[in-house]
Design a protein around this ligand. Structure first.
Ligand code: CUA
Length: 351
C-alpha cells in the first residue's frame, strides 16, 4: 500500500515536471518543437532501418544462386548522390526554420514596466544552494522586497494576461532555472543577466529543479512556483511588503506563542551571528548572504524545497542544518536545546 502511494506520488510529481504538460506559451512552443523533431527523427529512423533490413534480406547469401564470384560492382550514381545530399539538407533547413521561430516565440525582449500592464518583474539570483527573489515591479508599481525559494506569481484570468518577466543572475557559480511546464532551462551566469518570460492560467504549485551542476547540493536546489489567483497574489504582495512581525521589543504577538518566549527568542536570534547572513526587515538583521527570513513562515518548505516548513524541521535545521542538507553553507551554532526552542518560538511568528 505504501509502495502504491509512493508510486502515485512519483507519477503526479513527474506530471508536474513534464515538458509534455505545458501551461505557458513558451513551454507550449517548446513542446511542439520537441514533438516535431521527434516525429522527423522517427521517420528518418524507419527509412534508414527499412533500407538496411531490405538490403540484408534482398542480398542475403542464397544457396540456390551460390557461387564464388563477386556481385556486380557499381561506381557512382548521380540520382543517388543528389538524393542523399538534398534530402538531409532539406531536413536540416526545416529544423533550422522551426527552431528559429521557436526561439523568437520563447524569448521576447522584456518591455518597460507600465501602470496598467499587469506585468510582474522579478530578479532571480541563484545561490549555492537556494534561490533569491527580488520583487521589482507589478503593474508598473515598484515593490522592492526580497524573498526566497518560493516564487509567487499571479495567474492570467479570462481576458487578462499577466505576464511574468524574470531577470536571472548568479551570486556564485552557474545555475539553471528550470520549471518544465513554464519554460525551458535558462542559465544563471555570474556577471551576466538572462531573461525569461511566461504567463499562465494554471493556478497552483509548479515544480522545478536547478538544472546545471553547481556543487554538493545541486540536487537539493529545488524550485517551487506558486501561481495565485490575482486576489491571493495581491494579498501575498501586501503581506510580503510589510516589515517583520514582532520586530520591536513592544507589541509581541503570535498565534498562541508565549510573548515572553518570543521576546527571548528574538533577542537570542539578534545577538547571534544569524544576523550577519540573514535579513529580517524591521530588525538589525540585515544580512544578504542567506535567505531573507522576514516572512519565513509564509513559505511551505525549508532548505530550498527539501523539507516541509514546520516546527520539527526548523528545530532540526537550527540544531544542525547538515542533518537536512549536508554540505550547505550554514554552520551549526552549537545552541542548547532550550535555546533552539526559543529561537523557533520567535521564527514561527515571522508569517
Ligand atoms: Cu544550482 Cu545546480
Amino acid at each position: 500500500m505504501g509502495g502504491l502511494t509512493l508510486l502515485a506520488q512519483t507519477v503526479s510529481q513527474t506530471d508536474n515536471t513534464s515538458i509534455f504538460a505545458p501551461v505557458s506559451p513558451p513551454a507550449e512552443s517548446i513542446r511542439q518543437l520537441a514533438v516535431l523533431v521527434f516525429v522527423i527523427s522517427v521517420f528518418i529512423f524507419f527509412i534508414v532501418e527499412g533500407v538496411l533490413f531490405y538490403t540484408l534480406w534482398r542480398f542475403r547469401r542464397s544457396t540456390a544462386t551460390a557461387n564464388e564470384s563477386e556481385p556486380p560492382q557499381v561506381y557512382g550514381s548521380k540520382p543517388i548522390e543528389v538524393a542523399w545530399t538534398a534530402a538531409p539538407a532539406l531536413v536540416v533547413f526545416v529544423l533550422v526554420l522551426v527552431t528559429t521561430r521557436t526561439l523568437w516565440e520563447v524569448k521576447p525582449t522584456p518591455p518597460e514596466p507600465q501602470v496598467g500592464d499587469n506585468t510582474l518583474f522579478v530578479t532571480v539570483i541563484g545561490h549555492q544552494w537556494w534561490w533569491e527573489y527580488v520583487y521589482e515591479t507589478y503593474d508598473g508599481k515598484p515593490l522592492g522586497f526580497i524573498t526566497a525559494n518560493e516564487l509567487h506569481v499571479p495567474a492570467s484570468t479570462d481576458g487578462t494576461v499577466r505576464n511574468v518577466y524574470l531577470r536571472l543572475k548568479s551570486a556564485d557559480v552557474v545555475h539553471s532555472f528550470w520549471i518544465p511546464r513554464l519554460h525551458g532551462k535558462v542559465d544563471l551566469i555570474p556577471g551576466r543577466t538572462n531573461d525569461m518570460w511566461f504567463e499562465t492560467a494554471s493556478q497552483g504549485l509548479l515544480l522545478g529543479q536547478c538544472a546545471e551542476y553547481c556543487g554538493t547540493q545541486h540536487a537539493g536546489m529545488l524550485l517551487r512556483v506558486v501561481v495565485d489567483t490575482p486576489e491571493a497574489f495581491e494579498a501575498w504582495l501586501q503581506n510580503e511588503a510589510q516589515a517583520a512581525r514582532n520586530a520591536s521589543a513592544q507589541g509581541v504577538a503570535g498565534n498562541g506563542a508565549d510573548p515572553d518566549r518570543v521576546r527571548q527568542g528574538r533577542e537570542l536570534f539578534l545577538s547571534h551571528s544569524c544576523i550577519n547572513c540573514h535579513r529580517v526587515r524591521g530588525t538589525v538583521a540585515a544580512g544578504t548572504y542567506a535567505p531573507d527570513l522576514t516572512h519565513l513562515m509564509s513559505r511551505e518548505t525549508l532548505a530550498a524545497g527539501m523539507e516541509p516548513n514546520n516546527r520539527e524541521n526548523l528545530v532540526k535545521w537550527i540544531r544542525n542544518p547538515h542533518d537536512i542538507k549536508p554540505g550547505n553553507l550554514m554552520p551549526a551554532f552549537g545552541l542548547s536545546d532550550a535555546e533552539v526552542q526559543l529561537m523557533v518560538d520567535y521564527l514561527s511568528t515571522l508569517k
